[in-house]
Design a protein around this ligand. Structure first.
Ligand SMILES: Nc1ncnc2c1ncn2[C@@H]1O[C@H](COP(=O)(O)OP(=O)(O)OP(=O)(O)O)[C@@H](O)[C@H]1O
Ligand SMILES: O=P(O)(O)OC[C@H]1O[C@H](OP(=O)(O)OP(=O)(O)O)[C@H](O)[C@@H]1O
Length: 211
């Protein structure tokens, strides 16, 4: 039996769809229920529906053999897992944003609101800029509006949230997309099943590109 941790929420639908197309049918996940575990007897696969930011924890500890998680989450965690494949889903970018009227003042310590504290610290270290981190858990765009921070480091997808709150991107940090990850022992001891899944997903993605 192969155990797979899949993210609930906005990434979920795209991921279930890809897995189904690749022959790992998990359509029963669409049942209107509060169940968190789904089984495909024929394929000997069990799916767990997990909070997106917890996927790597299930995989690292071996509660799941493989999982799908955003690169943004992987960069924040210290999880010791294998990153097998870029699934190209949930594409967005990590960026620095500020008020439309923001003026950079290099003489002041920059106040940065974010839930991605590790990513923000390493980005500002790389550009040699002293910062103070203000850790938030959501609605990050509020921080510069209320002058709680000078800038934010957050995910930008369509740019709509920034626009509707009179903010703008001042620096793109990196592109983000969903990754297939594997537990290190599972990769060894369930190699055939994990490898087969990686190949099937890759074939499906390559097909998408050709079409
Ligand atoms: N507009 C977006 N906002 C946030 N994440 C996005 C967006 N577009 C794509 N993603 C990707 O989807 C993943 C899951 O995002 P989602 O918003 O469902 O979870 P979350 O609310 O950030 O997670 P959690 O509930 O665990 O804090 C992110 O880790 C990111 O890789
Ligand atoms: O560029 P856009 O398409 O507008 O998407 C970006 C927004 O989506 C995410 O927020 P989310 O909806 O997950 O809410 P939260 O982080 O504030 O909880 C992210 O933190 C941005 O606020």
């Amino acid at each position: 039996m192969l155990d797979i941790a899949l993210p609930k929420g906005r990434l979920g639908d795209q991921v279930y769809e890809l897995f189904s197309r690749a022959g790992y049918d998990c359509r029963s996940i669409y049942e209107d229920s509060r169940k968190l575990v789904f089984q495909n007897e024929e394929k000997q696969i069990r799916y767990f529906l997990v909070k997106p930011s917890d996927v790597d924890i299930y995989v690292e500890h071996g509660a799941a053999d493989v999982g799908v998680v955003g690169k943004d989450v992987l960069l924040e965690s210290d999880s010791d897992v294998y990153e097998l494949l870029d699934l190209g889903l949930g594409r967005c970018k990590m960026a620095v944003a500020a008020r439309d009227d923001y003026q950079e003042d290099r003489d002041r310590v920059l106040r940065v609101a974010t839930k991605f504290t590790k990513t923000a610290k390493s980005y500002y270290e790389s550009v040699n800029r002293e910062i103070e981190i203000i850790k938030l858990h959501g609605s990050i765009e509020l921080a510069p509006l209320l002058r709680l921070s000078d800038v934010i480091v957050d995910i930008v997808e369509t740019g709509r949230t920034l626009e509707e709150n009179h903010l703008k991107v001042i620096q793109e940090i990196m592109p983000v997309s969903a990754r297939l990850i594997a537990n290190k022992s599972s990769y060894r001891f369930k190699h055939q099943a994990v490898n087969q899944m990686q190949i099937k997903l890759k074939e499906e993605l390559d097909g998408d590109i050709i079409l």
